[in-house]
Write a protein that binds this ligand. Structure first.
Ligand SMILES: [Mg+2]
Length: 174
């Protein structure tokens, strides 16, 4: 089902999302992908801008969890600097870790959103799980080897989505 690859919202970056709108939708918990969503994968600590941003989101009452396919070692400096919870080695698009987090934190699917830069992992995984999905443009062109491969698959999926007028790269929407 190609519809499972369509994000519910599409924005240029995490800074362009209307978080009040998410609040109004009933979202209480935000799962953030790390690499190329919050930071380029070459960075191992957050910028001042990102720190301030996460602080603001937490102040607005959102539970923030970094939800990444990267391992614990990669996530720990961000967990400490941003003072957020983390789920490592999530193997998105698998539903397993999504379920675990929802269970552990006692959130309903309707109360959780995922924000990420990859259709094949973040968006497909989130949609399969029935949570709110938000795609953003990757921060950088530099990517892991495996990400480069999944981008090839993503390209084909985007073509199919475009054919059905479901999605077009660069056409942002709420
Ligand atoms: Mg990513």
């Amino acid at each position: 089902m190609i519809e499972l690859y369509k994000p519910d919202m599409y924005k240029k970056s995490i800074y362009d999302i209307d978080y009040k709108k998410l609040k109004n939708y009933g979202i209480k918990c935000i799962l953030f992908d790390l690499d190329n969503t919050l930071v380029p994968y070459t960075k191992n600590k957050p910028s001042r801008k990102l720190k301030d941003f996460i602080e603001r989101i937490k102040d607005e009452g959102f539970k923030v969890i970094i939800f990444s396919n990267s391992n614990k070692k990669r996530l720990t400096p961000f967990k400490n600097a941003l003072e957020v919870d983390c789920a490592a080695s999530c193997r998105k698009p698998s539903k397993f870790k999504f379920k675990k987090v929802l269970d552990e934190y006692k959130f309903l699917q309707s109360e959780v959103a995922i924000i990420g830069d990859q259709i094949t992992t973040d968006i497909f995984g989130g949609n399969r799980m029935g949570i709110f999905t938000i795609l953003i443009k990757p921060i950088s062109n530099e990517e892991f080897f495996y990400t480069k491969i999944s981008r090839l698959i993503e390209k084909k999926i985007i073509k199919k989505l475009e054919k059905k007028n479901l999605f077009k790269r660069g056409n942002y929407y709420d």
